[in-house]
Design a protein around this ligand. Structure first.
Ligand code: HEC
Length: 125
């Protein structure tokens, strides 16, 4: 019996170590996210391009480095939250999820990363 308990405890420790090395599956903070730029481009082409290509309705155009630098200064987690929930700033209205209602948080993260990348800007977390 005692032996079994020890084995069980050892097993739990081992499982715990595996989970903690797993890289935070289910974590929703941008810190734990890695950008998939190809997916970001697909999402951008589907939903963001309408406003963000040339800067329609006050959106930052893809080539407008200064505007993306201004955005990037807020940090990626703020940009992600604003894109998910929608955001009204001094330039205009960014609709919730950029009108991509079936997009996930990861899709938004990828699309934002793609636009920052195209503008040649890097955002802090
Ligand atoms: C209907 C037009 C429109 C569409 C479509 C759109 N955006 Fe926007 N977006 C805006 C406008 C306008 C702003 C600028 C708001 C401001 O700063 O005043 C903005 C700002 C942003 C910002 C900066 C937010 C901040 O905190 O300053 C991000 C990030 C963003 N958009 C991401 C996206 C993504 C990703 C998509 C596609 C999934 C998308 N947008 C689609 C209009 C749009």
């Amino acid at each position: 019996m005692k032996k079994n308990l020890i084995a069980l405890f050892g097993g739990l420790l081992f499982a715990g170590a595996l989970i903690s090395c797993g890289g935070g599956a289910g974590e929703t903070k941008s810190k734990a996210m890695t950008a998939d730029l190809a997916n970001g481009e697909a999402v951008y082409n589907k939903s963001c391009i309408a406003c963000h290509m040339t800067g329609v309705a006050g959106a930052a155009a893809l080539t407008d480095k200064a505007r993306w630098e201004e955005n990037a200064a807020k940090g990626m987690s703020v940009l992600l939250e604003d894109a998910m929930k929608g955001y009204t700033g001094k330039y205009g209205v960014m609709p919730e999820k950029g009108t991509c209602t079936d997009c996930t948080e990861q899709d938004m993260y990828d699309a934002i990363s793609f636009m920052l990348d195209k503008a040649g800007v890097e955002a802090a977390e």
